[in-house]
Ligand binder design. Structure first.
Ligand SMILES: Nc1ncnc2c1ncn2[C@@H]1O[C@H](COP(=O)(O)OP(=O)(O)OP(=O)(O)O)[C@@H](O)[C@H]1O
Length: 227
């Protein structure tokens, strides 16, 4: 059995706005193995976020296929696609998107409850994830009561709680000061060392990109190794 978590082939994305057609990227092929960390860099507007969303099945493609663990995410019925995303993919954005009325613990429990895990077991696993990210003392805090770095670490715990095979991160440290960004990065990489999860990260930070196993650049509609 192959060890590919993600296999994308021949992807193309075109936006139509009014009379204009804009092809963001085309002929994108990408394979990512279990445990691999990959950075995607590129100028503003080169299509990085669009690509990440297409890889995670949040956005459609006009050609090509994306296999996650061998399943073609764009050709699954909506409910199966939602299940695949919930159970096998974690998302982390520049802005945390935590639910403001829930505590850190509850925010991290949520993806498990949606996956059918019993509340007690979900609370236990969520606590474990938050502890791993150094937030064992912040379980009952609401997002507004957390610092920027703590919020982002909570968002990472939420992305990892269902033990996804693939984590997609869009500028996860872009909104943080250097020291906090470093803490978040360390926490994240520590988790990659433990598991079989693959990480694909969009970032403007070339130093951070350089610390990933592989770095690709989106430019002129194509994805190429960054030399
Ligand atoms: N819904 C949409 N309709 C039309 N065009 C869009 C839409 N979403 C994005 N685009 C265009 O697609 C291109 C790629 O956008 P995308 O957000 O993927 O770029 P990016 O590389 O992530 O940029 P940044 O680094 O600035 O976040 C841009 O030129 C943008 O204007």
């Amino acid at each position: 059995m192959s060890n590919w978590v993600l296999q994308a082939q021949g992807l193309r994305k075109t936006y139509v706005s009014g009379p204009q057609q804009v092809t963001v990227w085309q002929d994108i092929d990408l394979q990512v193995a279990a445990g691999e960390t990959l950075a995607i860099v590129g100028a503003s507007g080169s299509g990085k976020t669009t690509l990440l969303n297409a890889l995670g099945g949040l956005d459609s493609v006009d050609a090509g296929q994306v296999l996650i663990n061998g399943q073609d995410i764009h050709r699954l019925p909506e409910n199966a696609r939602t299940r695949l995303r919930n159970q096998q993919i974690g998302f982390v954005y520049q802005f945390h998107h935590l639910l403001p009325e829930f505590s850190a613990l509850e925010n991290v429990m949520l993806p498990q409850l949606l996956a059918g895990v019993a509340p007690k077991a979900a609370a236990q696993r969520a606590t474990e994830c938050l502890q791993q990210l150094g937030l064992g003392h912040r379980l009952e805090h609401k997002p507004a009561e957390l610092s920027g770095g703590e919020r982002q670490r909570t968002a990472i715990a939420r992305a990892l709680v269902n033990r996804p095979r693939l984590v997609l991160l869009d500028e996860p440290t872009g909104n943080l000061d250097e020291q906090t960004a470093h803490q978040v990065e360390e926490a994240m990489l520590e988790l990659t060392r433990q598991g079989e999860t693959a990480f694909i990260m969009v970032t403007h930070d070339r130093e951070l990109a350089g610390r990933m196993n592989r770095c690709l650049q989106l430019r002129d509609q194509s994805l190429r190794p960054l030399l």
